[in-house]
Design a protein around this ligand. Sequence first.
Ligand code: UD1
Ligand code: CA
Length: 429
Amino acid sequence: MASGTTVVILAAGKGTRMRSRRPKVLHPLCGRPLVAWVVEQALSLSADRVVLVVGHGAGEVGPAAQEAAGSTPLEVVVQEPQLGTGHAVQVAAHAIGDPKRVVVLYGDMPLLRAESLAELVAAQNAAGPGATGVMTARPEDPRGYGRIVRGAEGEFECITEEKDCTGEELAIAEVNLGVYCFDGASLKRDLPALSNDNAQGEYYLTDLPGMAVTQGRPVVTVDLADHHEAAGVNTVAQLADARWVMQARILEQHMEGGVLIEDPATTYIDYGVEIGAGTHVLPCTYVHTGVKIGEGCEVGPFTHLRSGTVLEDAAQVGNFTECKNSTLGAGSKAKHLTYLGDTHVGAKTNIGAGTIFANYDGRTKHKTKVGDGVFVGSGTIVVAPNLLPDGVTTGAGAVVTRSAGMQPGDTYVGVPARRLPQRAAAEEG
Ligand code: UD1
Ligand code: CA
């Protein structure tokens, strides 16, 4: 069903204050680029169209945003040169269509919640024809934001950019977040009237609400209660602050789902990780995007799970174990000083301390398969590609070369590892 909404995401800026060559909106936040979080906000509005304005790093920003948008096609518009946020929307005007309303989001505001956006749209809708909705907040430190200037009765007058503020205006605590809901027709009519007669010589989108007031149209503000949502990312330090807030949200969601996180302060779990109920996550653990953890598992302390890791139910990974692109089957354990790379481990297998699956020969990565009920002795090195069938045992320090040719139930010891005859194996076991 048509929602009558177009969302425009502004992501053309260079992000000079990051002092980085990478376009600002591509900096990662909990496992995905800033712009991906904003795309998710846009999708929450079930918009008929999502327009993305790109400029700096356009060739990378567009695809990253499209990946986050999944099957929703983004209309990508290139703004070149970048003459301000108002100019960005001017450039996108043809792609906006003729919607009832236009929501504008800035690509550097990853923390905004879908509920707050819905509130803004509802407020704009309730304020009558031609209304503008502006999201505001009162952060602890208003520096860097445009200020909300109000009249004697507290009525909205205009937004003044910090660099254009008088001393008195600088003291205003209420700031503009850069999130707006415009009436579609009014926006298209007003856009060409923006001027760049200001301290930065830019076309400010922030001038539009003031223009609406002059024309006698209603402007409503929605004041964000949780000012953390308001944090724009302009500097590396602000990126770190935003990461902190986002991380807390992700951990909260897992805890609500019954994941026991012993120490949230030292637990890093990126976006989109699946974790089953009853799993225990111990301190100093980092779990990347693209990891799936079953129920009743134990992870950590000091564990690093990278993309492509699957822990089946009741699997355990512990101290200084790193996994990448690997599966650890139900009830299997790799509890100490182990690297599992490109390895598929079956159920109820024990991977001894200090085991390395040597997956890289200097040119290519290779896979190893380990069966069920395998006992890998401490300090084993398995050279990939390899196969350790069900019920195999390796002695401590074994180096299992590619040509080992193990059969189910075999015991292999030594360097390079050789098969122990059955009787000797029984004595050793
Ligand atoms: C902007 C607002 C300010 C608000 C703050 C909230 C304006 C003029 N100012 O300031 O009132 O308090 O956000 O975080 O809007 N962009 C383009 N094209 C351009 C310029 C910018 O696409 O020509 C994009 C940037 O990539 C960025 C967003 O617009 O994602 C905001 O630009 P930025 O320079 O960060 O604006 P602020 O100075 O933070
Ligand atoms: Ca900004």
